[in-house]
Design a protein around this ligand. Structure first.
Ligand code: NI
Length: 174
């Protein structure tokens, strides 16, 4: 099990529509999940999608068991491994908040996201996941699922006056 290189924006592998997982509870799938988790934790991320390590499959991991150094004020998000996800907004309310991405290092932007969502999918054993989420939890899920659609958060930015380098925006490279 190794920490994998995280692809950076500009790499065409980040722009693909990821393929659904068809084979569950396999050694290869469990290894992929372990590598995603290890890579995410090593980078202090709150989420990571398989395309970010060059794997063309609909697999995302996210969650924080404890306050995260990159998002110290963010609420806890349940540690989750999610395959073949769908996201459905609950209502049309959106909210804006700062967002970053391990594939876009050093930058942050204000990104609009749906405030409340339902998300579904499968775990690595093929068992269903069906949850509602709001706020930061909903934001993280929408960000990670976007990776499976070939969408990076800068593509969602509407106000480019609130898009910049973390040390210039906040005075520290967090
Ligand atoms: Ni990201």
């Amino acid at each position: 099990m190794t920490i994998r290189e995280i692809l950076k924006m500009g790499d065409p592998r980040l722009l693909r529509m990821a393929r659904p997982v068809n084979d569950f509870d396999t050694d290869a799938l469990h290894l992929l999940v372990h590598e995603l988790l290890k890579t995410m934790h090593a980078a202090d991320g709150v989420g990571l999608a398989a395309p970010q390590i060059g794997v063309d499959l609909q697999v995302v991991v996210f969650g924080t068991g404890a306050p995260n150094p990159r998002y110290p004020d963010a609420p806890i998000v349940p540690p989750t491994v999610l395959l073949n996800p769908t996201v459905t907004p609950i209502g049309d309310e959106q909210e804006e908040d700062w967002e970053g991405c391990l594939s876009v290092p050093g930058l942050r932007a204000v990104v609009p996201r749906y405030t409340r969502i339902r998300y579904t999918g499968l775990d690595p054993y093929g068992d269903p996941i069906n949850r509602t989420a709001s706020g930061f939890h909903a934001r993280v899920v929408q960000h990670e699922v976007d990776h499976l659609l070939g969408t990076l958060y800068p593509m969602r930015v509407r106000d480019f006056s609130r898009f910049g380098f973390t040390e210039a925006l906040f005075g520290a490279d967090v």
